[in-house]
Design a protein around this ligand. Structure first.
Ligand code: SF4
Ligand code: SF4
Length: 226
C-alpha cells in the first residue's frame, strides 16, 4: 500500500519511519527538482528503496508549452523532440521509478507519450545539462508555479485561482498582452483577481507554497493596466 504526498521532506521521513510502504507518489519534474525540492523527496524514497510513482511530470502541462527561450534550448538540442517528451524522459529515467503519470487530453498527446516511452531512451548527462539550462530560461519568464490542481478552491470571494494563474502564465511565457486581455475577460468579473480580499484561506491548501494573495494583487494591477 502506498500514499500520495504533497509536503516537505521532514514529514515524508516521519511517514516512512512509521510504516513499511510499497510505493509513494510525489510531484516531480525537471523544474521542481530544485525549485520545489522534488530531488530531496525522491532521494529519500530511493534510499529506502520505495518505488516512486511520479505525478505532474509535465507540471500541469506547463512544460509542454514553454516560453520561447526555454523551448529554443530544447529544440536546438533535439529538433525532433517535443517539450513534453523531455519532461517525461526526465521523470522516467530516474532509477526506482515505478510509474510516470501523465494527464493527456488529445490523441496527439497520447501518441507523443507512447512514442516517448516505446522505445525509451534514458536521458544522458549532456541532456540533463540541456534541461538545467531550459529550467533557468523557464524560471526567468516569471511564470507562477501553479499546476492547476485546484486544491486551493473554492475561494470564498469567488476568484478562480488556477484559471487566473493559467491565463497570466500564458502571458508570461508568450508576452502576448492582447491574448491576455481577451482570455482574462472570458472569466466572469467575480472570478478575476481583483476580487481577492487576501483572506489567506487558499494558502495552506496549495502544495506549491504559492503566495496566492500577493500574486492576485499583482495580477489585478497588471490586468487594470489596459
Ligand atoms: S486569499 Fe484571495 S484568492 Fe485566496 S481564498 Fe482568500 S480571497 Fe480567495
Ligand atoms: S493549489 Fe496551488 S498549484 Fe494548485 S491550483 Fe491552487 S494555486 Fe495552483
Amino acid at each position: 500500500m502506498g500514499f500520495s504526498f504533497h509536503d516537505n521532506v521532514d514529514l515524508l521521513r516521519r511517514i516512512l519511519d512509521d510504516y513499511t510502504w510499497d510505493f509513494a507518489q510525489i510531484q516531480l519534474n525537471y523544474v521542481d527538482w530544485n525549485a520545489c525540492n522534488a530531488e530531496a523527496l525522491y532521494v529519500l524514497l530511493e534510499e529506502r528503496q520505495i518505488p516512486v510513482v511520479i505525478m505532474e511530470p509535465v507540471r500541469g502541462g506547463a512544460l509542454a508549452s514553454l516560453n520561447p527561450e526555454a523551448a529554443e534550448i530544447l529544440r536546438q538540442a533535439d529538433p525532433l523532440a517535443g517539450p513534453a517528451s523531455w519532461a517525461i524522459r526526465f521523470a522516467a529515467s530516474l532509477p526506482g521509478v515505478l510509474t510516470v503519470l501523465s494527464g493527456m487530453s488529445t490523441m496527439e498527446q497520447v501518441e507523443d507519450n507512447l512514442k516517448t516511452m516505446n522505445p525509451f531512451r534514458p536521458l544522458t548527462e549532456a541532456e540533463r545539462g540541456v534541461l538545467a539550462r531550459a529550467t533557468t530560461a523557464y524560471l526567468a519568464s516569471g511564470a507562477v508555479p501553479c499546476t492547476g490542481c485546484r486544491y486551493c478552491m473554492d475561494c470564498p470571494s469567488g476568484v478562480d485561482i488556477p484559471r487566473v494563474f493559467a491565463i497570466y502564465n500564458h502571458y508570461r511565457t508568450t508576452n502576448l498582452r492582447m491574448v491576455f486581455d481577451v482570455t482574462y475577460n472570458t472569466l466572469f468579473d467575480a472570478e478575476q483577481a481583483h476580487n481577492c480580499i487576501a483572506c489567506g484561506a487558499c494558502i495552506e491548501h496549495c502544495p506549491q507554497g504559492i503566495p496566492i494573495p500577493d500574486l492576485m494583487a499583482q495580477i489585478a494591477e497588471f490586468a487594470a493596466q489596459r
